[in-house]
Design a protein around this ligand. Sequence first.
Ligand code: MHO
Length: 206
Amino acid sequence: MSLYPSRITEYDERAPTANETETATFALGCFWGPDATFGAVDGVVRTRVGYAGGTKADPTYNALGDHSEAVQVDYDSTELDYSDLVAIAFENHDPRSQPRKRQYQNVVFYGSDAERDAVETHLRESDWPEDAVDTRVERLSGFHLAEDYHQKFHLSSTPSLFSPFEEAGYDDDEIRESSAAAKVNAHTAGNDVAAFEDALSYDPRQ
Ligand code: MHO
């Protein structure tokens, strides 16, 4: 299966812009996994990984301080709601206990009272008894981008699918913010990705 640079640029030109998307942030363990899980979802437009939830000013992977690994998701609110993303977050981790290392702890970050209410509603309507959930629910106070080599990790580890982005002339920032890269990264990690099948993975010369 091939990925053509022209398909990548066409896909990204059609993607909703930053003004047309909302953003949600989750810490759910090693961020490579949730980057790909959320990237697969229809209506998720862009993803990026970073560090959140702590107070250290300039966290890095080797000096995280009190932050946790987190994924940030830009989504098209005409296609899905914040609550849909919260549901996906809870389907993709075990909320009953926290990993010992703060780096991998689970946190749902809300950005408004409405989002906090949505998380509370999700938990109330879930099967989890109220005192069984250890996952923290906190207001997002900042998001620090992780190093380039952590962005779209599965994609960047797959040369046959990564090279077309380089051939399209994308630099590291453009790959991180590429909607096509979010979809191809999700595919590379083994997810079913409708956008990849429908729009990205065919030969434009056919
Ligand atoms: N070092 C671990 C986790 C990486 S994640 C970005 C691994 O290689 O799987 O913390």
